[in-house]
Design a protein around this ligand. Structure first.
Ligand code: NAD
Ligand code: UDP
Length: 364
């Protein structure tokens, strides 16, 4: 298959490109580099074995998308492109509605016009809001608490309606729990700009000495040790699920909504201990008041994905911490080079030489 990956230069998208290539699929990326760097492209070329076709394009640019779909015959699309910071979405809701919802409509229009009707969509466990019970099943009540979550829920509803009223369309909504980790090569990983919002990249930066201390948000939740419990999933497992979902859509033509998690709840302190073990470093931390909007405990019932896709998370917390730390220590400043909007990206250059790149080149 030739698969268009929107947001393919981002954290999860880049890992999905590697997983697609590993299963023999051809990949093209569109990304406006609003939250990613072109430095990922030569590393993707290394990992996939060929130059990556990438266009610097905003998916809301209907003319540019139409031109792309007219010039290239895609079999399917995986749609990662979105803004994803919950706090920022509360400050700038309209920006999130425009980018995430209008962007999706623009993409669906381009797909429809070109006769491409298979889509895998990046949704999120955030659509469950504060779950009534854990583990959370797909038929749990949906209830979003912030504009980012709203964009995920609205997009799910839009694509569900599209599949209902145009049965030629088949879309898989994948509800991710907490993606962490990095590719084991250390070549690609999470590269947050500014102060990380999420736990694992923050812990990585404390371990690396870039930040002094982790603030643990809340020590008085009704959980195993008082700290928040989440379902962390290795990004390599998550990436593989996208290929499984895509192949399912191609085989069956049936729409699908599934949770992607391990099914295991991990507290903040449990993750800290596992990270300290994996990195051999102490993580200074202090327990502070709860973060507004956080819930005590969320983890998935991932059994539907196992039944329908034959997918199960294989990598545990130790691998998540080991690979996140490997990426962080090889790339203390992430990908470094940032692209400019409007720039067409050619990805044939050799990657910057890092220990990880050397290891891959040596077959390590
Ligand atoms: P990311 O920010 O690393 O990747 C998103 C990519 O989309 C970036 O490269 C960004 O530049 C690009 N992009 C954004 N708006 C665009 C636009 N209008 N046109 C073209 N490109 C655009 O984020 P990620 O962590 O890789 O997340 C990927 C997807 O998964 C997102 O849809 C996100 O909402 C969803 N998700 C992420 C998490 C998480 O914790 N990382 C959890 C649940 C769901
Ligand atoms: N968390 C924390 N300190 C941080 C960032 C996060 O204690 O600097 C906690 C947060 O309260 C939650 C867990 O870590 O219990 C996961 O938070 P994250 O932001 O990574 O994911 P999400 O809130 O989306 O589940």
């Amino acid at each position: 298959m030739h698969v268009l990956v929107t947001g393919g230069a981002g954290f999860i998208g880049a890992h999905a490109c590697v997983a697609l290539a590993a299963r023999g699929h051809r990949v093209s990326i569109v990304d406006n580099f609003a939250n990613s760097c072109r430095g990922v492209l030569p590393r993707l070329a290394l990992l996939t074995g060929s130059a990556v076709d990438c266009r610097c394009l905003d998916i809301r640019d209907r003319a540019a998308l139409a031109e792309l779909f007219a010039s290239t015959r895609f079999d399917a699309v995986i749609h990662f492109a979105a803004l994803k910071a919950v706090g920022e979405s509360c400050e700038r809701p309209l920006e999130y509605f425009d980018n995430n919802i209008c962007g999706t409509v623009s993409l669906l229009q381009a797909m429809s016009a070109a006769g491409v009707r298979r889509l895998v969509f990046s949704s999120s466990a955030t659509v469950y809001g504060t779950p009534e019970a854990v583990p959370v099943r797909e038929d749990a009540r949906l209830d979003v608490t912030n504009p980012y979550g709203r964009t995920k829920l609205v997009n799910e509803q839009l694509v569900d309606d599209l599949c209902r009223f145009d049965p030629a369309f088949a879309v898989a909504n994948l509800r991710y729990f907490n993606p962490v980790g990095a590719h084991p090569s250390g070549l690609i990983g999470e590269d947050p700009g500014g102060i990380p919002n999420n736990l694992m990249p923050y812990v990585c930066q404390v371990a690396a000495g870039r930040r002094a201390c982790l603030r643990v948000f809340g020590g008085d939740y009704p959980t195993i040790d008082g700290t928040g419990v989440r379902d962390y999933i290795h990004v390599v497992d998550l990436a593989r699920a996208h290929v499984d979902a895509l192949e399912y859509l191609m085989d069956t033509g049936r729409p699908l909504t599934v949770n992607l998690g391990t099914g295991r709840g991990i507290s903040v302190l449990e993750l800290l201990r596992a990270f300290e073990y994996a990195s051999g470093r102490q993580i200074p931390h202090e327990i502070v008041h709860r973060r507004p909007g956080d819930v005590a405990e969320v983890y998935a019932d991932p059994s539907l994905a196992a039944r329908v896709l034959g997918w199960k998370a294989e990598l545990g917390l130790d691998a998540m911490c080991r690979d996140a730390w490997h990426w962080q220590s090889l790339n203390p400043d992430g990908y470094l080079s940032r692209t400019r909007p409007g720039q067409r990206v050619a990805a044939s250059a050799r990657p910057p030489v890092t220990a990880g790149a050397d290891a891959v080149l040596r077959g390590g």
